[in-house]
Design a protein around this ligand. Structure first.
Ligand SMILES: Cc1cc2nc3c(=O)[nH]c(=O)nc-3n(C[C@H](O)[C@H](O)[C@H](O)COP(=O)(O)O)c2cc1C
Length: 221
C-alpha cells in the first residue's frame, strides 16, 4: 500500500477484533517508533496486549471498544512538543495503515492514569492512539470548504494541491480542521485557524499529510 493509499484508506476505527498483532508486524512498528524517537527526542512507543490503557469510563463513553494495543506519544516537555507528537504520531499511524492495521487518535477516550503508570518518571504524556484490527474500516470524514482550508488552492501549483488534498484527509480532534494552508512566493504555509482543543497536535498531523502528499515541508506560521 502506498502512502497515498494509506492516507485515503485511513479512518478512525473505534471497535477492534481480538486478533493479535503478529511478531513480524510488531518488529516493523517498533523499529520505526525507535527511529522517530531518536530523530525527535520524544518517547514514542507501541504497547501491545494491554487493555488497561483503555479500561476507563471515558473509553466506554467514547465508544472505544476492545482496544488492546496503542501507541504512546510522550517525552520531556519542550518547545514544539505537541506539534511533534502530532507529526511523528501520524507517521506511525500511516505506517500502521500500510501494514493492514487500524487506528484512532485519542486525547480523551482512554485511561490517562493507567498509561501514565507505564511512563518513566519525568515524562509528559501527550496522548495515545488506539491500534489493532478494526471490526470495520471506518468511514470518510466531512471536510470544510477548500475556500476555508486552502484559499489559494485554485492558483497554486500541482504539488501544493496534492499536499492540500492530503491535508484534508488528516484526522483532527472532533474533525475540527482548525488549520489553513496558504501559497505565496513559491512556498506553502500552514497555520492554526481559529480556536479549539488540541489544535497544535492537529497542525503537526496536517503537516505530516501535506508533506506526504506534496513532497515538501510547509512553513509553519
Ligand atoms: C488530536 C486528536 C484527538 C482525538 N481525540 C479523540 C478522542 O478522545 N476520542 C475519539 O473518539 N476520537 C478522537 N479523535 C478522532 C477524531 O474524532 C477523528 O479523527 C475525526 O472525527 C476525523 O475522522 P477520521 O479520523 O475518521 O478521518 C481525535 C483525533 C485527533 C487528531
Amino acid at each position: 500500500m502506498t502512502i497515498w493509499e494509506a492516507m485515503e484508506q485511513r479512518h478512525s476505527v473505534r471497535t477492534y477484533l481480538d486478533t493479535a498483532i503478529p511478531p513480524k508486524i510488531r518488529e516493523k512498528l517498533d523499529a520505526e517508533a525507535e527511529k522517530y524517537s531518536l530523530e525527535s527526542g520524544l518517547h514514542l512507543f507501541f504497547r501491545y496486549d494491554d487493555p488497561a490503557g483503555f479500561d476507563s469510563m471515558l473509553a466506554h463513553y467514547g465508544r472505544l471498544i476492545n482496544v488492546k494495543n496503542y501507541i504512546v506519544l510522550a517525552g520531556k516537555k519542550r518547545d514544539g512538543f505537541d506539534f511533534d507528537c502530532g507529526y511523528y504520531g501520524e507517521k506511525l499511524v500511516l505506517l500502521a495503515q500500510q501494514l493492514g492495521l487500524n487506528t484512532c487518535w485519542t486525547a480523551m477516550s482512554f485511561s490517562k492514569k493507567n498509561v501514565r503508570r507505564i511512563l518513566p518518571e519525568g515524562e509528559s504524556l501527550c496522548m495515545v492512539i488506539a491500534l489493532g484490527y478494526g471490526k470495520t474500516q471506518g468511514s470518510a470524514h466531512k471536510n470544510r470548504p477548500l475556500s476555508v482550508l486552502a484559499p489559494d488552492y485554485a492558483d497554486a501549483p500541482d504539488w501544493f494541491r496534492k499536499g492540500a488534498d492530503a491535508a484534508l484527509l488528516a484526522p483532527t480532534a472532533m474533525n475540527q480542521q482548525h488549520f489553513a494552508l496558504g501559497f505565496a512566493d513559491g512556498e506553502a504555509t500552514l497555520r492554526v485557524r481559529g480556536f479549539g482543543p488540541y489544535t497544535t497536535v492537529d497542525l503537526g498531523i496536517a503537516a505530516c499529510h501535506f508533506e506526504a502528499g506534496s513532497g515538501r515541508k510547509p512553513r509553519i506560521l
